[in-house]
Design a protein around this ligand. Structure first.
Ligand SMILES: [Zn+2]
Length: 379
């Protein structure tokens, strides 16, 4: 029987046609590798492609590879398939040894509903010597029914021992316009809104999630309002506003917490005490990773706003991305100089580095806002 061409997620990878065709050939000819390394800039669609490949491998229809309609395909598309495991670094400094142990424990188990299991390892450049070593042997000779998909920005920043064990698949970089167009196709929202979402969230996939989350969009607006108020704010105003902002940034975590609790409750009866404890620890790490990414997104909102101010001050208003906040951009640029806008952007970059180094977010944001206020009002 000749295999039917994939119809599901794989067929939709239209921003990366070469990758799409390459992966389609691999799955339809049953020559898929056991370990792939998808390499490309943030926002080039690596994670979309990883889920698409997982769907093609786990499709339940005979002779098909990602029909998009069977139960297995639907579960992969909803990210609820028990045989697809997604990993991202759970600490500010990278992958934890406990995470790699969880992964290896799981690799040894049989699939739950499919015949195959897929492990997606995001930001694989953050696998450092100790965590990578634990993974190497399994990566070289995984069980026959396991596929690894590692995602990384560049092979130069990855351990050669990891790179050499994977089949590398290069992704081309998308322009801001192409990324926004992909978000328009996925959401049906207008182009300026999608362009803003890509600028804030960093990639088309994350932009789509951002546009679905009222809370994340509110955290962005709270940050923009705060920066708007800075020229008239005194120190006490700023400290109070940051406290409110932190509450807004943490609001989406309530959903994550209740999902985690529901999963714990469902499993409480048949998981061992040790396995439950492991799950609770993983939940805690997930929460802190989510909180950190919420803070990074708020900083990105500040960065795009100040970049817009710089564009307007430099006389390039067509380059701005915060169309819905053009009044704020206009107000701030009235009194701001080019060097002031550059200094304000430096303050955000400094804060981003501090958060990446695990320095207290609230304090970091307070310091950043004091510096931005100084930069914006120093004429
Ligand atoms: Zn299917």
């Amino acid at each position: 029987m000749t295999a039917a061409a994939p119809q599901g997620l794989l067929a939709k990878l239209d921003t990366q046609p070469r990758v799409r065709d390459f992966l389609m050939r691999a799955v339809t000819s049953d020559r898929a590798s056991h370990a792939y390394l998808f390499v490309g800039a943030p926002g080039s669609g690596k994670l979309d492609a990883a889920w698409a490949l997982a769907q093609a491998l786990l499709c339940e229809r005979d002779g098909e590879h990602g029909c998009g309609a069977c139960d297995g395909c639907i579960r992969v598309a909803r990210h609820t398939h028990p045989d697809v495991h997604y990993f991202a670094p759970e600490s500010a400094t990278g992958y934890l040894i406990a995470q790699v142990r969880d992964l290896l424990d799981d690799v040894a188990l049989a699939p739950i509903r499919a015949r195959h299991k897929v492990y997606i390892v995001d930001r694989a450049e953050q696998l450092r010597a100790n965590t990578a070593n634990a993974l190497l042997k399994t990566l070289e000779e995984p069980p026959a029914n396991v596929t690894f998909v590692l995602l990384g920005t560049s092979t130069d920043v990855m351990l050669p021992t990891i790179v050499s064990r994977c089949q590398c698949v290069p992704f081309r970089m998308l322009s801001a316009r192409e990324s926004a167009a992909a978000v328009v196709r996925a959401t049906g929202l207008d182009e300026p809104r999608c362009r803003m979402a890509v600028a804030v969230a960093g990639s088309p996939v994350r932009a789509v999630e951002f546009l679905k989350s009222a809370e994340r969009q509110e955290a962005r607006r709270a940050m923009l309002r705060l920066i708007d108020s800075l020229p008239r704010a005194d120190e006490a105003d700023i400290l109070l506003a940051v406290r409110d902002l932190m509450g807004t940034i943490k609001a989406p975590l309530a959903d994550v917490k209740s999902t985690q609790q529901a999963i714990l409750d469902q499993n409480a009866d048949y998981l061992s005490r040790g396995a439950l404890k492991q799950l609770e620890e993983r939940n805690k790490r997930e929460l802190s990773a989510r909180e950190r990414s919420g803070i990074m997104e708020a900083l990105a909102s500040a960065r795009t706003l100040l970049r817009d101010v710089l564009m307007v001050v430099q006389g390039a208003p067509d380059e701005t991305v915060n169309a819905d906040a053009s009044d704020i951009v206009e107000r701030l640029s009235r009194t701001c100089t080019v060097s002031g806008a550059v200094a304000a952007l430096d303050a955000v970059a400094h804060a981003e580095r501090r958060i990446a180094r695990n320095i207290t977010p609230q304090l970091t944001i307070e310091v950043m806002l004091f510096d931005i206020r100084k930069a914006l009002t120093c004429l």
